[in-house]
Design a binder for this molecule. Structure first.
Ligand SMILES: Cc1ncc(COP(=O)(O)O)c(C=O)c1O
Length: 381
């Protein structure tokens, strides 16, 4: 038995070679050759008009808020069951988060509640493809287009996942990716903005480069660059892009390995889950998931706490998330209280994520599965 961390970074391909190349070529600032390679790879693989690497998904979301001119008094519709950045990027511009509950099976935005939350102040709808399983994009796109409201997909979990045969991240005017250490493809900290609505491309390049048209200058399109708009520094070093390129090149191998881990969990835990009234992840048949995470929904908070402690006693690190944002001190500033989003509140108390990372071995998996099956005694049968 050995300790199994919840997440662990792994070299999967030519990351070191590419970082060395970036350093030797003496272009280690942003928008160098490896940034270009990553962007082109993603544009071609996903069929997206423009991809811009960013320093994080959080920053890609902040860019989306700037591009949509979100300001004080505006509202954005967003799940409470998400990472803080999905919301904070818009709150930073003065918007009010209008939270929406999730489906109890996929844990994605409950699109049936969407119409009722739209107001004249709604400036964006932000679906989060939880665990890399697509939200009901047919319904969300239909409602958004009827009201003329842009969609920003937070696809932090879902790179290369598909909804009805189309890649996640290609439905919204804008979409965001994360390359944080915990994601399928990583460079430690990183992200990307996917621009599907081409009207945003030119301004996005400016916002990302401190509000200047420096990108046009480097392409030789203008003979000097100047301050054109608001902006910040949202472009990563080419050393990070080099690392990321090494990972993205191995995308098929990474996804195949993760699929195998996910399916082993699924097959090994079915019977136990049924007996213990534990819910396993739901993947609708029209979705090809991104194999980002494997979670269990325990019957109650008590059982979840016991399972996490039991796994820990066996050297296995499992984690829970998300704490409902509407009940966080910040969320309560808008007057949100307990009971408003019952599915979110219930799921947040019962969910546990199992280790799923690119260096998880077959032995690790056996150890985790055995530990879970051996936890039977602590759960009512
Ligand atoms: C749904 C979601 N959105 C955004 C983020 C932020 O990503 P980053 O760490 O790249 O800023 C995360 C991070 O885990 C996330 O889970």
């Amino acid at each position: 038995m050995h300790d199994i961390p919840f997440n662990k970074s792994a070299i999967v391909g030519k990351e070191f070679d590419y970082m060395r190349q970036a350093i030797v070529s003496e272009h280690i600032s942003g928008d160098g050759p490896f940034t270009e390679k990553c962007q082109t790879l993603l544009e071609e693989a996903l069929d997206v008009p423009k991809v811009l690497l960013t320093t994080s998904c959080t920053h890609a979301l902040e860019m989306a808020a700037l591009l949509l001119d979100i300001g004080p008094g505006d509202e954005v519709i967003v799940p409470s069951f998400t990472f803080v950045s999905t919301v904070n990027a818009f709150v930073l511009r003065g918007a009010k988060p209008v939270f929406i509950d999730i489906h109890p099976d996929t844990l994605n935005m409950d699109e049936t509640q969407l119409e009722g939350l739209i107001s004249p102040r709604t400036k964006a709808i932000i679906p989060v493809h939880y665990a890399g399983v697509g939200c009901d994009m047919d319904a969300i796109c239909e409602i958004a287009s009827q009201h003329g409201i842009p969609i920003v997909e937070d696809n932090a979990h879902g790179l290369f996942g598909k909804y009805k045969g189309r890649y996640l991240g290609t439905f919204g005017s804008l979409a965001t990716q994360s390359f944080h250490e915990t994601k399928n493809f990583t460079c430690g900290e990183g992200g990307a903005l996917l621009i599907n609505d081409e009207q945003y491309i030119e301004r996005a390049e400016i916002i990302r480069e401190k509000g200047t048209n420096r990108a046009q200058f480097f392409r030789g399109q203008v003979d000097k660059y100047t301050w054109r708009d608001v902006g910040s520094s949202y472009l990563p070093s080419d050393i990070l892009a080099a690392f990321l390129y090494g990972q993205l090149e191995c995308r098929d191998r990474i996804q195949a390995a993760r699929k195998q881990i996910w399916e082993t969990y699924w097959e090994s835990l079915q019977e136990w889950a049924h007996a213990q009234k534990v819910q396993l992840p739901a993947v609708p048949s029209h979705c090809e998931q991104a194999y980002h995470m494997f979670y269990l929904l325990l019957p109650s908070l008590k059982e979840r706490t016991e399972l996490i402690a039991h796994l820990k006693s066996q050297g296995i690190h499992s984690v829970f998330h998300y704490l409902p944002l509407h009940l966080a001190p910040m969320g309560r500033r808008w007057g949100y209280t307990e009971g408003e989003f019952p599915v979110t509140e219930s799921v947040a108390e019962r969910l546990v994520r199992l280790p799923l990372h690119n260096s998880l071995s077959a032995n690790d998996l056996d150890q985790i599965v055995d530990a879970i099956l051996g936890s039977g005694g602590i759960l009512p049968t």
